[in-house]
Design a protein around this ligand. Structure first.
Ligand SMILES: CC(C)(COP(=O)(O)OP(=O)(O)OC[C@H]1O[C@@H](n2cnc3c(N)ncnc32)[C@H](O)[C@@H]1OP(=O)(O)O)[C@@H](O)C(=O)NCCC(=O)NCCS
Length: 161
Protein backbone atom coordinates (compact mmCIF):
# COMPACT_ATOMS: atom_id res chain seq x y z
CA UNK A 1 0.00 0.00 0.00
CA UNK A 2 2.82 2.43 0.91
CA UNK A 3 4.13 2.40 -2.67
CA UNK A 4 0.76 3.64 -3.91
CA UNK A 5 0.84 6.57 -1.54
CA UNK A 6 2.07 9.90 -2.82
CA UNK A 7 3.70 12.26 -0.32
CA UNK A 8 3.58 15.94 -1.22
CA UNK A 9 3.53 19.44 0.25
CA UNK A 10 0.13 20.48 1.55
CA UNK A 11 -1.96 22.98 -0.45
CA UNK A 12 -4.58 25.51 0.60
CA UNK A 13 -7.36 23.22 -0.60
CA UNK A 14 -6.08 20.50 1.76
CA UNK A 15 -6.85 22.69 4.79
CA UNK A 16 -10.03 20.84 5.80
CA UNK A 17 -8.40 17.42 5.35
CA UNK A 18 -5.39 18.55 7.41
CA UNK A 19 -7.71 19.87 10.12
CA UNK A 20 -9.54 16.56 10.26
CA UNK A 21 -6.21 14.70 10.64
CA UNK A 22 -5.27 17.03 13.52
CA UNK A 23 -8.69 16.41 15.07
CA UNK A 24 -8.29 12.64 14.74
CA UNK A 25 -4.85 12.91 16.35
CA UNK A 26 -6.32 14.89 19.26
CA UNK A 27 -9.19 12.43 19.63
CA UNK A 28 -6.87 9.42 19.69
CA UNK A 29 -4.22 10.86 21.95
CA UNK A 30 -6.16 13.15 24.30
CA UNK A 31 -9.86 12.32 24.00
CA UNK A 32 -13.12 13.27 22.30
CA UNK A 33 -13.45 16.61 24.05
CA UNK A 34 -10.13 18.01 22.87
CA UNK A 35 -10.77 21.09 20.70
CA UNK A 36 -8.59 21.76 17.67
CA UNK A 37 -8.38 24.73 15.32
CA UNK A 38 -10.68 25.22 12.34
CA UNK A 39 -9.67 24.99 8.68
CA UNK A 40 -9.42 28.80 8.55
CA UNK A 41 -6.48 28.73 10.96
CA UNK A 42 -4.79 26.01 8.88
CA UNK A 43 -5.25 28.15 5.76
CA UNK A 44 -4.13 31.34 7.46
CA UNK A 45 -1.03 30.02 9.22
CA UNK A 46 -0.15 27.25 6.80
CA UNK A 47 -0.39 29.03 3.47
CA UNK A 48 -0.95 32.79 3.63
CA UNK A 49 1.37 35.74 4.23
CA UNK A 50 1.33 34.87 7.96
CA UNK A 51 2.65 31.36 7.26
CA UNK A 52 3.89 29.78 10.50
CA UNK A 53 4.23 26.11 9.57
CA UNK A 54 4.88 23.80 6.67
CA UNK A 55 2.49 20.95 5.92
CA UNK A 56 3.04 17.60 4.24
CA UNK A 57 0.25 15.24 3.27
CA UNK A 58 0.08 11.68 2.00
CA UNK A 59 -2.54 10.93 -0.60
CA UNK A 60 -3.93 7.64 -1.83
CA UNK A 61 -6.35 7.59 -4.73
CA UNK A 62 -7.22 11.23 -4.13
CA UNK A 63 -7.81 10.77 -0.40
CA UNK A 64 -5.55 12.30 2.25
CA UNK A 65 -4.44 9.47 4.56
CA UNK A 66 -1.76 11.24 6.59
CA UNK A 67 -0.57 14.71 7.49
CA UNK A 68 2.43 16.25 9.21
CA UNK A 69 2.97 19.85 10.32
CA UNK A 70 6.44 21.24 11.01
CA UNK A 71 8.39 24.47 11.35
CA UNK A 72 11.92 25.77 11.77
CA UNK A 73 13.63 25.15 15.08
CA UNK A 74 16.91 26.38 16.53
CA UNK A 75 19.04 24.92 19.30
CA UNK A 76 21.50 27.18 21.10
CA UNK A 77 23.02 24.13 22.80
CA UNK A 78 23.79 22.57 19.45
CA UNK A 79 24.38 25.90 17.72
CA UNK A 80 22.31 24.50 14.90
CA UNK A 81 19.08 24.84 13.00
CA UNK A 82 16.54 22.05 13.21
CA UNK A 83 13.00 21.04 12.34
CA UNK A 84 10.20 20.86 14.90
CA UNK A 85 7.51 18.33 14.01
CA UNK A 86 4.30 19.59 15.56
CA UNK A 87 1.81 16.92 14.49
CA UNK A 88 2.08 13.65 12.61
CA UNK A 89 -0.96 11.48 11.99
CA UNK A 90 -1.45 8.42 9.81
CA UNK A 91 -5.01 7.16 9.26
CA UNK A 92 -5.43 3.73 10.90
CA UNK A 93 -5.80 1.90 7.56
CA UNK A 94 -2.44 3.28 6.35
CA UNK A 95 -0.37 2.45 9.45
CA UNK A 96 2.38 -0.12 9.72
CA UNK A 97 3.54 0.24 6.13
CA UNK A 98 6.41 2.66 6.53
CA UNK A 99 4.45 5.85 5.93
CA UNK A 100 5.31 7.42 9.30
CA UNK A 101 9.00 6.80 8.62
CA UNK A 102 8.65 8.34 5.15
CA UNK A 103 7.01 11.45 6.59
CA UNK A 104 9.75 11.93 9.19
CA UNK A 105 12.31 11.39 6.42
CA UNK A 106 10.53 14.14 4.50
CA UNK A 107 10.86 16.45 7.53
CA UNK A 108 14.60 15.67 7.67
CA UNK A 109 14.92 16.28 3.94
CA UNK A 110 13.07 19.61 4.24
CA UNK A 111 15.39 20.54 7.10
CA UNK A 112 18.61 19.52 5.35
CA UNK A 113 17.70 21.75 2.44
CA UNK A 114 17.47 24.64 4.94
CA UNK A 115 20.74 23.81 6.72
CA UNK A 116 19.12 21.94 9.63
CA UNK A 117 20.77 19.03 11.37
CA UNK A 118 18.15 17.53 13.68
CA UNK A 119 14.41 16.88 14.09
CA UNK A 120 12.73 17.52 17.43
CA UNK A 121 9.23 16.87 18.73
CA UNK A 122 7.34 16.19 21.91
CA UNK A 123 5.08 13.26 22.60
CA UNK A 124 2.51 12.56 25.30
CA UNK A 125 4.20 10.22 27.77
CA UNK A 126 1.12 7.95 27.67
CA UNK A 127 1.36 7.58 23.88
CA UNK A 128 3.40 4.37 24.02
CA UNK A 129 2.72 3.48 20.35
CA UNK A 130 4.16 6.76 19.15
CA UNK A 131 7.13 6.49 21.53
CA UNK A 132 7.89 3.01 20.19
CA UNK A 133 7.58 4.33 16.64
CA UNK A 134 9.96 7.23 17.30
CA UNK A 135 12.50 4.96 18.98
CA UNK A 136 12.25 2.44 16.14
CA UNK A 137 13.20 5.07 13.59
CA UNK A 138 16.08 6.48 15.64
CA UNK A 139 14.72 9.25 17.91
CA UNK A 140 16.09 9.32 21.45
CA UNK A 141 14.38 10.90 24.43
CA UNK A 142 15.89 14.12 25.80
CA UNK A 143 17.17 13.76 29.34
CA UNK A 144 15.99 17.11 30.66
CA UNK A 145 12.97 18.55 28.87
CA UNK A 146 9.43 19.03 30.13
CA UNK A 147 7.07 21.09 27.98
CA UNK A 148 5.54 24.29 29.46
CA UNK A 149 3.21 26.86 27.88
CA UNK A 150 2.46 30.46 28.84
CA UNK A 151 -1.02 31.33 27.57
CA UNK A 152 -4.42 32.84 28.33
CA UNK A 153 -4.35 35.55 31.03
CA UNK A 154 -0.77 34.64 31.95
CA UNK A 155 0.33 35.43 28.40
CA UNK A 156 -1.85 38.53 28.01
CA UNK A 157 -0.88 40.08 31.30
CA UNK A 158 2.83 39.47 31.51
CA UNK A 159 4.49 42.84 31.19
CA UNK A 160 7.83 43.56 29.61
CA UNK A 161 7.97 46.88 31.52
C1 LIG B 1 2.77 6.62 15.35
C2 LIG B 1 2.49 6.61 13.83
C3 LIG B 1 2.82 8.00 13.27
C4 LIG B 1 3.40 5.55 13.19
O1 LIG B 1 3.19 5.58 11.78
P1 LIG B 1 3.30 4.24 10.88
O2 LIG B 1 3.19 4.63 9.46
O3 LIG B 1 2.33 3.25 11.40
O4 LIG B 1 4.80 3.75 11.23
P2 LIG B 1 5.81 3.01 10.21
O5 LIG B 1 5.08 1.93 9.50
O6 LIG B 1 6.52 4.03 9.40
O7 LIG B 1 6.82 2.35 11.24
C5 LIG B 1 8.19 2.71 11.31
C6 LIG B 1 8.84 1.88 12.38
O8 LIG B 1 8.21 2.12 13.64
C7 LIG B 1 7.73 0.88 14.20
N1 LIG B 1 6.42 1.13 14.80
C8 LIG B 1 5.39 1.82 14.28
N2 LIG B 1 4.34 1.80 15.12
C9 LIG B 1 4.74 1.06 16.19
C10 LIG B 1 4.11 0.68 17.40
N3 LIG B 1 2.84 1.01 17.66
N4 LIG B 1 4.80 -0.07 18.27
C11 LIG B 1 6.07 -0.45 18.00
N5 LIG B 1 6.73 -0.11 16.88
C12 LIG B 1 6.07 0.64 15.99
C13 LIG B 1 7.57 -0.04 13.01
O9 LIG B 1 7.65 -1.38 13.41
C14 LIG B 1 8.72 0.38 12.13
O10 LIG B 1 9.92 -0.20 12.61
P3 LIG B 1 10.89 -1.02 11.61
O11 LIG B 1 11.16 -0.09 10.46
O12 LIG B 1 12.06 -1.31 12.45
O13 LIG B 1 10.08 -2.19 11.20
C15 LIG B 1 1.01 6.24 13.52
O14 LIG B 1 0.72 5.01 14.13
C16 LIG B 1 0.01 7.25 14.00
O15 LIG B 1 -0.34 8.18 13.26
N6 LIG B 1 -0.51 7.08 15.23
C17 LIG B 1 -1.58 7.91 15.77
C18 LIG B 1 -1.17 9.35 15.94
C19 LIG B 1 0.01 9.57 16.84
O16 LIG B 1 0.13 9.02 17.93
N7 LIG B 1 0.93 10.43 16.37
C20 LIG B 1 2.10 10.82 17.10
C21 LIG B 1 1.78 11.97 17.97
S1 LIG B 1 3.20 12.55 18.87
Amino acid sequence: MASEIDIRAGRTDDAEAIRSMVEALARETVGDDQQVCDAGAIRRYGFGPEKAFESVVAEREGKIVAAMLMFDDFSSWRGAKGVYVLDIYIAPEARGRGLGRRLIARAAQWGRARGASYVRLSVDQKNIHAINFYEAIGFREGAHDRVFSLEGDAFDEIDAG
